[in-house]
Design a protein around this ligand. Structure first.
Ligand code: ADP
Ligand code: MG
Length: 260
């Protein structure tokens, strides 16, 4: 077994293949006196076909962890794998291709092109890559997200919730191995936010996708299967089958540990 024992520590049931994992992952920004250790020796395994939430106070390293796992940012030390591919050590061109072909992203800002229709936005990354969309899959994604009757609309004609649904559909269109999302409901009212979270849940349950979501919202985290809690660049706790109350309770405990 080539899996480092340490990398299993924060994983779930053994035997399931990891969609992504990291071993002794550290990330520092800057150097010398002003250096910030954003991630400190993180061992983590993202289980395939699950919805994982990453929580923690502002500055705890949530976005950095996501960026390092997704190959958006380089690591200072340690190793990262996407599926069986070790991504630490890949060059920028290889990383670009890997992200394009195997990872989906949904950010707080929807990043849709205003001149294109919803349908065109959804398949744009694949069009750019010269990949032919799997029509049946894309149709399933569109129907799961309830976007069928909005396909001809441009972003200016869509609500915030609909825009984020289009962004979700775009992330899922290429049937990625892993979808990363950082505060996907940050720009949405609570009802649209709940809708988008429901769709991310559906992407896992109905479409078999793997989702990693960074959030500071216990209510959002409650949609996940597993919450990883970050503190000062380390994974300090985990919670399976979370409820919003349970997540809130854990967060209070950390506050007591930090300040009490
Ligand atoms: P979170 O997403 O949990 O709020 P981040 O991962 O964004 O936290 O940041 C973790 C730490 O790394 C913070 O101290 C932050 O200031 C620092 N940091 C993040 N990105 C950069 C950067 N590009 N340059 C310098 N410091 C950074
Ligand atoms: Mg962040």
């Amino acid at each position: 077994m080539s899996t480092p024992a340490a990398a299993m520590r924060h994983g779930a049931a053994g035997g399931e293949q990891a969609a992504a994992r990291a071993a002794a992952l550290s990330k520092a920004y800057g150097s010398g006196e002003t250096a910030v250790l954003a991630l400190d020796q993180i061992d983590v395994e993202i289980v395939r076909g699950r919805f994982t939430a990453v929580m923690g106070p502002s500055g705890s390293g949530k976005s950095t962890l996501m960026h390092c796992l997704a190959g958006l940012d380089s690591v200072t030390s340690g190793r990262v794998w996407l599926g069986d591919t070790e991504i630490t050590g890949l060059n920028e061109r290889q990383l670009t291709r890997l992200r394009r072909d195997r990872v989906g992203f949904v950010f707080q800002a929807f990043n849709l092109l205003p001149t294109l229709t919803a349908a065109e936005n959804i398949t744009l990354p694949m069009d750019i890559a010269g990949r032919k969309p799997d029509r049946e899959w894309v149709d399933r994604v569109i129907d799961t997200l309830g976007l069928r009757d909005r396909l001809g609309h441009r972003p200016g004609q869509l609500s915030g919730g609909q825009l984020q649904r289009v962004a979700c559909a775009r992330a899922l269109a290429s049937r990625p191995e892993l979808v990363f999302t950082d505060e996907p409901t940050g720009n949405l009212d609570s009802r649209s936010g709940a809708e988008v979270l429901g769709f991310l849940r559906e992407a896992v349950d109905a479409l078999g996708q793997t989702v990693v979501m960074v959030t500071h919202d216990p209510g959002a985290a409650a949609y996940s299967d597993l919450v990883l809690f970050l503190g000062d660049g380390q994974i300090v706790d985990r919670l399976e089958k979370p409820t919003a109350e349970g997540v809130l309770e854990r967060m209070k405990q950390f506050d007591v540990i930090r300040h009490g």
